[in-house]
Design a protein around this ligand. Structure first.
Ligand SMILES: [Zn+2]
Length: 98
């Protein structure tokens, strides 16, 4: 997809009837050293500064401490004993092509 110039983009937006977002958080100064500031960095697709990184880490730690993790812990993997494994392989071989 070719790069559009600002003028082309504006025209395109007008053509398809979209409204340009009004400034929003793009224009607000970043509140550094807070989780909100970290969100603003991410929103702007720029690297987090150290205070914001620290704030985000602290936020994540707090979430984890409260048990609000998004993903549940994966189920523990079941390991077969050597005998079980051999029995399984033997069953597969005897049941296979004859
Ligand atoms: Zn920052």
């Amino acid at each position: 997809m070719p790069e559009l110039t600002d003028a082309q983009l504006t025209q395109l937006i007008k053509d398809i009837g979209l409204k340009r977002p009004r400034g929003g958080s793009e224009r607000k100064p970043i509140n550094h050293g807070t989780f909100r500031g970290a969100r603003q960095h991410r929103y702007r697709k720029e690297p987090l500064c150290q205070p914001c990184q620290n704030a985000e880490n602290a936020y994540q730690r707090e979430r984890n401490a409260k048990g609000l993790r998004k993903k549940a812990a994966p189920k523990p993997k079941v390991y077969l004993t050597e005998e079980e494994w051999q029995a399984r392989v033997a069953a597969r071989q005897s049941g296979g092509a004859q």
